[in-house]
Design a protein around this ligand. Structure first.
Ligand code: 5GP
Ligand code: ZN
Length: 114
């Protein structure tokens, strides 16, 4: 989608630190990490957010989760655990309107989140 920040990262127009990649997904480091590991997994197709996901997105969503599992393995998080987050809308702090799964780990995290 024209002008979308994460579509521009996918197009190579804006640099990003790649962590993993698959046919339908791409994973890269968050520019403002909230934990020792903070990686964003995105679909290569433009989907606005989890609030607009439909049943037809099932395959790409599953692939986002398997890419997140791969990130957890690569970052050494799989044993101790990690958090997967989709922010949706203003109250959540969602800022980029291209679906992204936050993979956060490497420290103990409180619950519920602040
Ligand atoms: P949201 O709050 O929308 O769920 O998360 C968007 C995330 O994208 C934020 O954690 C923010 O730090 C990250 N971000 C924003 N702009 C960029 C960028 O240009 N490059 C990278 N790697 N991350 C970004
Ligand atoms: Zn996009």
């Amino acid at each position: 989608m024209d002008g979308c920040l994460f579509c521009r990262i996918l197009a190579g127009e804006i640099p990003a630190k790649e962590v993993a990649s698959s046919e339908r997904t791409f994973a890269f480091r968050d520019i403002n990490p909230g934990a020792p590991t903070h990686v964003l997994v995105i679909p290569r197709e433009h989907i606005e957010n989890a609030g607009t996901v439909e049943a037809s997105h099932g395959d790409v969503l599953a692939e986002m989760i398997t890419t997140a599992q791969q990130v957890a393995q690569l970052e050494g998080l799989a044993d101790r655990g990690y958090r997967l987050v989709f922010n949706v809308g203003e109250d959540s702090g969602n800022t980029v309107p291209h679906l992204h799964l936050h993979v956060i780990g490497g420290r103990i995290m409180g619950w519920p989140p602040g």
